[in-house]
Unconditional design. Structure first.
Length: 204
């Protein structure tokens, strides 16, 4: 996701045309798909661009089966497959200030992107890296995709059991991570490499 999280909240990303009357199929990027029923004004954000296009939502529905976890959207003035296909890859968003309020212990996914992940296990603080993206799957715990300072990527479950505090204004996520989780993708040391080679080498 390349959208500026300080300006927009992304609700979905269009995958392809759906049907013959201009409907589009989109990946849901919100935990509140039912709130599409309360919205008529949305914005379409093209890939790799800062421009936006205001659209009116005429209708939506949540498909079942292989497309569960997605949403079908019908916009005004998009009335055929050709026009719908031109929206492939666009993000469906609302201005940040129009977001619905959340419960005290809930967060918008977009707010987590750009936050530093801090491991506070053992009453110490250690910066693990910066959250670049959040992977979500229906019925599964969201996964934080964290870019470490050495450039490697780490997947961290955004689980309540690990979470200590989320400080969005200061871009901090504090978690009590299980031992070894933050080092899963770390490169092995020279000593570990030599030991591994010795263990894998056939005996003479």
């Amino acid at each position: 996701m390349t959208t500026d999280p300080d300006k927009w909240t992304v609700l979905a990303q269009i995958v392809r045309a759906q049907g013959r009357r201009g409907e589009v199929l989109a990946e849901l990027l919100t935990d509140f798909p039912e709130r599409f029923a309360d919205r008529r004004r949305l914005f379409l954000l093209p890939p790799r661009s800062e421009s936006s296009r205001e659209v009116q939502l005429e209708g939506h529905w949540l498909p079942q089966g292989k497309n569960a976890g997605r949403v079908v959207l019908k916009f005004a003035s998009i009335d055929n497959i050709t026009d719908a296909e031109m929206l492939r890859g666009f993000e469906v968003a609302i201005p940040r200030e129009e977001r619905a309020p959340l419960d005290e212990d809930a967060q918008y996914i977009g707010d987590l992107i750009g936050c530093s992940l801090i491991d506070v296990a053992n009453d110490t603080e250690r910066v693990v890296g910066v959250v670049e993206e959040v992977e979500r799957a229906e019925g599964m715990t969201a996964m934080l995709i964290v870019r470490r300072h050495d450039g490697d990527e780490l997947l961290v479950p955004f689980a309540r059991a690990y979470l200590k505090r989320v400080d969005i204004p200061n871009k901090r996520i504090e978690m009590n991570l299980p031992a070894g989780l933050a080092n899963l993708n770390a490169p092995i040391s020279e000593e570990e490499r030599e030991q591994k080679i010795a263990e894998e080498s056939p005996e003479e």
